[in-house]
Design a protein around this ligand. Structure first.
Ligand code: PNS
Length: 163
């Protein structure tokens, strides 16, 4: 059976750490869906269609082939609704440190309770992965350079938003 994995997140915006997790995960599974999910706890900086476009542009810049990657969005409902709809077998989450794991482990349990889906955690490469989208947004909003953390497309979109 072909294995389909879903990598969900806010991606507001996608960072180079996310790009690295996508590139590595796409080699482990037959199909990977990168899913921009509305997080009810957060007020997004970019709307979901912008986030989808920025993911696409960031992958292209990094030379990540989209052959087995689908980029899409879930604007309402539970993540497990999408999991069931596409019949995915695995959820992917990246983690940078124990703070991320403390945040992610309860979600992994709830998602498994709700649907039986297993979450696989992939450790972020520190070269790319230590900086969070929230910090990138803050640096950009205050006029700082973010090119070390995000693609050129995302850096441009952040600069345009800050004008
Ligand atoms: O990048 P984030 O903000 O850490 O991603 C969190 C996200 C969007 C994956 C999570 O909030 C989520 O799955 N939201 C969808 C609603 C849902 O299913 N909630 C229960 C998850 S246990």
């Amino acid at each position: 059976m072909a294995k389909l994995a879903v990598y969900p997140g806010s991606f507001d915006p996608i960072t180079l750490g996310h790009v690295d997790i996508i590139a590595r995960s796409s080699k482990l599974f037959d199909q990977l869906h990168v899913l921009v999910v509305h997080n009810p706890e957060k007020q997004p900086r970019f709307d979901s269609s912008q986030r989808v476009n920025l993911i696409r542009e960031s992958l292209a810049e990094a030379g990540v082939a989209e052959d087995n990657i689908t980029i899409t969005e879930l604007s309402t409902g539970l993540l497990v609704d999408y999991i069931r709809k596409v019949d995915a077998q695995v959820l992917i989450k990246g983690f940078r440190n124990n703070v991320d794991l403390d945040y992610e482990l309860p979600m992994a349990k709830v998602n498994r309770d709700l649907s039986g889906i297993e979450t696989i955690f992939i450790s972020a490469d520190p070269q790319y992965g230590l900086v969070a989208s929230s910090l990138v947004r803050q640096v950009a909003a205050l006029g700082g350079p973010v090119e070390n953390y995000v693609s050129k497309a995302v850096a441009k979109a952040l600069r345009e938003q800050s004008k």
